[in-house]
Design a binder for this molecule. Structure first.
Ligand SMILES: [Zn+2]
Length: 468
């Protein structure tokens, strides 16, 4: 593992550039499919390193691919850079303090994610050049992960088809090789149309779309008992038909997110939710329009790559922290509730402010253990895909909180980001130097799919949508 020192040196030499890039994206805090500045900053950083960049791939303005080198194998890194609405927060504080009230914030750490993956791509590009190794390094700029499934749209356009293996990461509370499995999902609008009327003078002439939404939700809440326990159904009323109680609401919409361990299970539950919606429309004499918004597939794990990444991760160790960082982490930890702190199942880190271990590799896959979904799932059906997390957040911090935003532009977040870059590139170098690893990883993927091929769960014609 002589390459480790060289990889660390390549990333450390460019440390300040990567940190500045991540911090600028943190400041931009652009939400899904509107990450114009963030995407451009990443594209320019790749071009400065000699990558050829194709912008606007797959018909998505903020999606791009940076390439360096030529021929096989093709090693890809996935980067994200979208923020979340309503999570504006100042950096490095242990209390909630928005920069702009109601503004956007990087509440999932994707400023670190996109830059850490870029650091890995840049380091691999230099390593290939120095050692005259054949192959292609790609960086996929993947927009709209948060509620947008950008990668799934990119997969529909077959942008990942010729990759030999793929690496990515996510900021987290611990240093792990990801063995958690995610939930597949569909996101669908149910838009009801009725007839407006004076709610007191002529209610009998009105047909309420809002009633239909409410009845649909009641119906789905009854359906809950009769679906598999691992499935999840959540909804948001995106249009309640206005703010006047004296008007029978003629239009109302509800957005559903339906999740289950396997995409086929999601499809089955979705059909039943559609029947509930049609039933609500029948009851209220309204019409329902079903508008498919997006979907993503469940993650397909890869033991071969997990073992390679774990070997490299344990050899690299974890970031270390100084007293100032520990003190900040302790204060942020104090801002978490007991319930949040106790939500950490792993006793080895539960009482800590910052994890300084690499979690032992989990040998068994627990269905839906990630608890959420990721569009990395779609890529993992197409090519062997591996992910890690590094400790960028205080132990117990839930994703999508101000505590994630505040730490995302501090030296704690930066250290986790650069470390993730090193772990990914080390894994890629080992795979490149031992082609059998890639062949075995691909054989494992074929095996796990048992002859099945990837089918994009987003129907043709559905377009990515920005936050409305
Ligand atoms: Zn995320």
């Amino acid at each position: 593992m002589q390459y480790l020192a060289e990889i660390e040196q390549i990333i450390e030499e460019k440390r300040d550039q990567f940190i500045a890039l991540s911090d600028t994206i943190w400041e931009c805090a652009e939400t899904r499919f509107e990450e114009f500045r963030s995407a451009e900053l990443l594209c320019e950083a790749l071009e400065r390193e000699g990558f050829t960049v194709e912008r606007g791939v797959g018909g998505i303005e903020t999606a791009f691919i940076g390439s360096y080198g030529s021929g096989k194998p093709v090693i890809a890194f996935l980067g994200e850079y979208d923020a979340l609405s309503g999570l504006s927060q100042q950096a490095g504080l242990a209390e909630k303090q928005p920069i702009v009230r109601g503004g956007n914030g990087h509440g999932c750490g994707h400023n670190l994610l996109g830059t850490g993956a870029l650091a890995a791509a840049v380091a691999l590009r230099h390593y290939l050049e120095r050692h005259h190794i054949a192959g292609t390094v790609r960086y996929y700029g993947c927009p709209g992960e948060e509620g947008g499934s950008g990668k799934t749209f990119m997969a529909r356009e077959r942008l990942f088809d010729d990759i030999d293996c793929c690496l990515t990461w996510h900021p987290g509370i611990d240093n792990t090789v990801t063995t958690e499995t995610s939930l597949a999902n569909y996101q669908v609008y149910y838009k009801f149309k009725g007839v407006s009327s004076h709610a007191a003078a002529s209610p009998h002439l009105g047909r309420s779309a809002l009633d239909a939404v409410e009845l649909m939700n009641v119906g789905v809440n009854y359906l809950r008992e009769h679906i598999i326990p691992e499935a999840r159904m959540h909804y948001a009323i995106t249009d309640a038909g206005g703010i006047s109680p004296n008007v029978v609401q003629a239009e109302a919409s509800v957005l559903y997110l339906i999740r289950a361990p396997k995409i086929a299970q999601v499809e089955e539950i979705y059909q039943r939710v559609c029947n509930v919606a049609r039933g609500a429309a029948l009851m209220t004499e309204t019409q329902v329009e079903i508008v498919f918004d997006k979907a993503c597939s469940n993650l397909v794990p890869n033991h071969v790559l997990e073992n390679v990444m774990y070997r490299n991760f344990t050899a690299l160790g974890t970031p270390t922290y100084d007293d100032v960082e520990r003190e900040l982490a302790t204060r942020i930890r104090a801002s978490l509730s007991d319930a949040e702190r106790n939500n950490v199942e792993d006793r080895a880190i539960r009482e800590m402010a910052l994890s300084e271990r690499v979690r032992p590799l989990q040998s068994e896959y627990v269905p839906a253990s990630m608890g959420g979904s990721t569009d990395v799932g779609d890529v993992s059906w197409i090519t062997p895909t591996i992910q890690c997390t590094t400790a960028c957040w205080v132990v117990g911090t839930p994703a999508h909180t101000w505590q994630v935003v505040t730490i995302g532009a501090t030296s704690i977040g930066h250290k986790g980001m650069l470390h993730a870059g090193k772990v990914m590139v080390a894994t890629a170098v080992e795979a490149l130097e031992h082609p059998a690893i890639i062949a075995q990883a691909q054989a494992e993927l074929r095996d796990r799919l048992s002859g099945g091929a990837y089918v994009c769960p987003i129907p043709p014609g559905v377009k990515p949508s920005a936050l409305k």
